[in-house]
Design a protein around this ligand. Sequence first.
Ligand SMILES: [Zn+2]
Length: 192
Amino acid sequence: MEAKFCMSCGHALENRDVDGTIRKACPVCSFVHWGNYSIGVGALVVRDGKVLLVRRAQEPGKGYWTNPGGYIEQLEPIEETVRREVLEEAGVEAVVTSVVALRDQPRNIHNVYIAFAMDYVSGEPEPDGVEVDAAGFFSLEEMEAMNVAGFTRWLVDIGLQSSPVGLNIDKEPVWEQIKGYGLFRALPAASG
Ligand SMILES: [Zn+2]
């Protein structure tokens, strides 16, 4: 579906050449419809060599076990979104340590999925009973007998690496002007 009206002021959009690409743009305000995108976030919470999984109670993927996650909100930092999703879906408190995987799906709605390694803090897995109907920490052996989604198996392999190297939250960016942005960066490899 193509945008017809300005999402900012409601005026009919026109075709405009923006740096060589024809895009829908508003002749009244500065709005340009760049495309249709969605961003998903997922959590890899590991405790004692077991990964936190939930069983989807709704489509898409009803009956499949996946890692907790969801879609980002307009004004919420993504590390907060993923923390909230883990708490809401599985009743577990965890904090982001790093970004460990990214999946890109360029299609009608271009989706980017970002997976976070998270440190377990507290709580025993408890499904929310709406989005998910079961939750728990599971070993690879236990997953053999479970209906685990293929994408989740890929993520579990990353989450269970002995010392995954990822992008870490950068609280002290070298350029002061960008302090306050959500910043994740690769850290230099440990020497020696
Ligand atoms: Zn407009």
